[in-house]
Design a protein around this ligand. Structure first.
Ligand code: SAM
Length: 346
C-alpha cells in the first residue's frame, strides 16, 4: 500500500529544462542522424498518456535523446525505466535524469535494432499470451529510418512471441512519419492501404493516437509525425508463419494499382504462373479483379492458407523468388551482351 502511494505521487525534482540540457551538454541535433527533439512537455505528456496507465509499469524508451519523453514517463510514476540510446552525447544528460529518480532508470548505450529486449525485464512480469498484456510498455520517438524497419522486426517477434513479446502481449507507442502512420492503420479500400497495413493489423490492434505538426520539433523536420499504439492480438488474424504472410502480402502489393491476380502470379515460377495463380485465387475464393487495396483481412488469410497448402504439396515453391528470377534474367542479358561484344573484339 505504502509503495503504491509512493509510486502514485512521484514527481521529478526541479531540473534544468530540456532546452537548458541541450545547451549545457552541447547537444546539437545531427541532421544526418535525423535527430529532431521534442521540447514541449505538454506534447511529451500526451505521447506518454497514449501508452495508457503507466503507474508501477516497466517501460523501455527507445532513442530518448535529450530526455523530453523520458521526463514525462518518469512523472507518470513508472516502477522502472530502461533507456536505449545510440548516440553517446546524450548519456550525461540522461544520467542527470537518472540521478533525479534514484533506482528507477537504467541507461543502455546501444542500438535498439540489435539490443536484446527479450532479457530486459524481470521474469515475474511474464503473462500468458491469452491474458491481459504484461505491465511492460515500449515508447519511442526514433528517426523514421529506424522506426519502420524496427516495427517490421518487432511484428515478426510478435508472431514468434519472442524478444519483448516473450513476456506476453507487450504494448508499444511509437512515432512515425504521418504517411507511414496512415499506412499502418489504413482500412480496406483506402488509398493508404498497403503491405504495412496488413502486416501490422493481422498481428495487432493498431491505433493512430494523434498527429504532431513538424513545427513542434527542434529542428523542424519536413514532415508531420503520428503517434501509433500497438497491442498484439491474442489470436493473429492470419495463422501462418510470418515469412509466408510477408511473401504473399509483398507479392500482392507489388502491383498495387493493377488487379490482384498480377501480384499473385509472381508467387509462382514463370512456366506455371498463370495456371497456379488461377488455382490459388479460385481455392481462396478471391475475385482476381479486385485491386490489392480492396482486399480485406479475410481475403489475405484465405490467400495465405491456400499458398501454405500449395507450398506443403511442392516444397520448392516457398523458395521461389520472383526478384531473383528477374535479377538472373537481367544478368543473363548483360552477360550475353558482353559476350557478343567480346566476340566482336576477337
Ligand atoms: N526521443 C527524443 C525526443 O523526442 O526529443 C529524441 C528524438 S530523435 C528523433 C531520435 C533519437 O533516437 C536520437 O536521440 C537518436 O540518437 C536515437 N537513435 C537513433 N537511432 C537509434 C538506434 N538505432 N537505437 C537507439 N537510439 C537511436
Amino acid at each position: 500500500m505504502a509503495i503504491s502511494r509512493q509510486v502514485a505521487t512521484f514527481r521529478l525534482p526541479p531540473l534544468p529544462t530540456i532546452g537548458e540540457i541541450i545547451k549545457l551538454f552541447k547537444l546539437r541535433a545531427e541532421k544526418q542522424l535525423s535527430q529532431n527533439f521534442l521540447l514541449d512537455l505538454r506534447l511529451t505528456d500526451k505521447i506518454v498518456r497514449s501508452a495508457g496507465n503507466l503507474k508501477g509499469a516497466y517501460v523501455c524508451e527507445v532513442g530518448p535523446g535529450p530526455g523530453g519523453i523520458t521526463r514525462s514517463i518518469l512523472n507518470a510514476g513508472v516502477a522502472e525505466l530502461l533507456l536505449v540510446e545510440k548516440d553517446p552525447r546524450f548519456i550525461p544528460g540522461l544520467q542527470m535524469l537518472s540521478d533525479a529518480a534514484p533506482g528507477k532508470v537504467r541507461i543502455v548505450h546501444g542500438d535498439i535494432l540489435t539490443y536484446k529486449l527479450g532479457q530486459a525485464f524481470p521474469d515475474h512480469l511474464m503473462k500468458n499470451w491469452e491474458d491481459d498484456p504484461p505491465d511492460i510498455h515500449i515508447i519511442g520517438n526514433l528517426p523514421f529510418s529506424v522506426s519502420t524497419p524496427l516495427i517490421i522486426k518487432w511484428l515478426e517477434k510478435i508472431s514468434n512471441r519472442d524478444g519483448p513479446f516473450r513476456y506476453g502481449r507487450t504494448q508499444m507507442s511509437l512515432t512515425f512519419q504521418k504517411e507511414v502512420g496512415e499506412r499502418l492503420t489504413a482500412s480496406t479500400g483506402t488509398r493508404q492501404r498497403s503491405r504495412l497495413s496488413i502486416m501490422s493489423q493481422y498481428l495487432c490492434t493498431v491505433n493512430k493516437c494523434f498527429t504532431i505538426p513538424g513545427r513542434a520539433f527542434v529542428p523542424k523536420p519536413e514532415v508531420d509525425v503520428t503517434v501509433v499504439h500497438f497491442t498484439p492480438l491474442v489470436q493473429p488474424k492470419i495463422e501462418q508463419p510470418f515469412k509466408l504472410v510477408e511473401k504473399v502480402v509483398r507479392s500482392v502489393f507489388q502491383f498495387r494499382r493493377k488487379y490482384c491476380h498480377q501480384g499473385v502470379r509472381i508467387l509462382f515460377p514463370e512456366a506455371e504462373r498463370l495456371e497456379k495463380a488461377e488455382k490459388m485465387l479460385m481455392l481462396a475464393d478471391v475475385d482476381p479483379t479486385l485491386r490489392p487495396t480492396h482486399l480485406n483481412m479475410f481475403h489475405f488469410k484465405s490467400l495465405c492458407d491456400v499458398y501454405r497448402k500449395m507450398c506443403d504439396e511442392d516444397p520448392h515453391l516457398f523458395l521461389y523468388n520472383y526478384r531473383d528470377e528477374l535479377r538472373e534474367k537481367r544478368n543473363k542479358k548483360k552477360g550475353n551482351f558482353k559476350r557478343t561484344k567480346d566476340d566482336t573484339l576477337i
